[in-house]
Design a protein around this ligand. Structure first.
Ligand code: SF4
Length: 361
């Protein structure tokens, strides 16, 4: 975009996403400004969502943006934020706070007035499908291409392996695509799948291809972040190993996201099962590492919010509780049903106290 003058010196950081897919592959609603695939009168475009940030989902502005209007709408949002966004308190100057102050309706009117675009009301949101990686860990794409998934536990990946992944992609004329769930794909000709799957790098991570590692996020934790309350990454790995041993599940999907403190960089609030690091008390009353558990965050719907399932409980107790929760899912889910869909269909209709009693809390 030319003339970058207008984008400088914003009040605070500003994340933007545009999604032309029916599957929420980029945590679209976690951004300050999000254009989410929609349709109106038989035409594709985007519904506009604003004000997302870590732990807060972006809210719908009831505006439909055609593809050729995206640039102007984006520029207008930026200019409004630059002119009217708060600058006095660093903790309260993301776009979300400006929207709280002026209301979504007024901000939407401002976009129409300043952009001079005849924007329609929002269309039908098309971001509502879910994608489940099957046991081949491969996705067939167009033009004889395939995407091969590498599941990286808690996103812990060393430079040497990154070099190896780059060489692998290069040798097979492929590219690497990172996922927001801290893993990656190599996209290459379908005829290369077997070669890549027998490579040392793929073999090294292949054992992590199961329901508990396929969709996992864990923030930095105490090893790298001064805000961290628990180590986090190793805890997430230990939980996934424990669950895979005690309650293996096939033909399903569960997104388990971990944040080591309430700031929520591991986006536990949009997880199927979210973990927030906290200090807990063990059976002797001593302080120990623990988590608060949340359920029912949604990737496909920015409105539904996660519910808190537990107070801070020690990590070993969290493993037991999560196992019991997943045994409900395993025994009552439909064929290939994801946890997100199961939660909407079954768990969300139960009082939280009933779920707690079913899992021994
Ligand atoms: S959630 Fe907390 S511990 Fe984790 S990266 Fe963010 S600030 Fe650090």
């Amino acid at each position: 975009m030319k003339n970058e003058d207008w984008i400088g010196t914003l009040p605070r950081k500003f994340n933007t996403a545009i999604l032309g897919d029916t599957v929420n592959t980029c945590n679209i609603f976690g951004n300050d400004c999000a254009f989410a695939l929609a349709s109106k009168n038989g035409e594709y475009g985007f519904n506009l969502y604003l004000g997302g940030k870590v732990g807060v989902q972006a809210r719908p502005l009831n505006l439909f943006v055609k593809p050729n209007q995206v640039k102007d709408v984006f520029e207008t949002v930026i200019k409004l934020f630059k002119s009217y966004g708060f600058r006095d308190n660093r903790n309260k100057n993301r776009l979300n706070f400006l929207l709280d102050a002026v209301s979504l309706e007024e901000f939407a009117k401002g976009i129409i007035e300043f952009s001079k675009l005849p924007l329609d009301e929002a269309g039908e949101l098309l971001v509502k499908e879910e994608f489940t990686l099957d046991d081949t860990s491969t996705i067939e794409l167009k033009n004889n291409k395939s995407a091969i998934h590498f599941g990286i536990p808690s996103g812990i990946f060393c430079g040497k392996d990154l070099e190896e992944a780059a060489l692998l992609a290069q040798n097979y004329d492929g590219i690497i695509r990172l996922t927001f769930e801290q893993s990656f794909y190599i996209i290459t000709d379908t005829s290369n799948i077997q070669d890549i799957k027998t490579s040392p790098l793929y073999t090294k991570y292949d054992s992590y291809h199961n329901i508990y590692f396929n969709n996992q996020i864990a923030c930095a934790g105490t090893n790298e972040c001064s805000f961290g309350v628990i180590p986090n990454k190793p805890d997430a790995i230990e939980m996934a190993m424990y669950l895979n041993k005690h309650i293996p599940i096939e033909n399903g999907k569960v997104r388990m996201y971990w944040s080591a403190c309430p700031k929520g960089c591991g986006i536990h609030g949009v997880a199927d099962i979210g973990f927030e690091g906290a200090k807990a008390k063990d059976e002797e009353g001593n302080s120990c590492y623990g988590v608060k558990i949340f359920i029912g965050g949604k990737a496909a719907n920015s409105i539904l919010e996660a519910r808190q399932l537990t107070k801070a409980i020690p990590l070993p107790k969290a493993q037991e509780v999560t196992k019991e929760l997943l045994s409900i899912y395993k025994s009552a889910k439909l064929e290939n049903e994801t946890f997100e869909s199961f939660d909407t269909r079954v768990l969300a209709n139960l009082e939280i106290e009933e779920i707690q009693s079913r899992i021994g809390l």
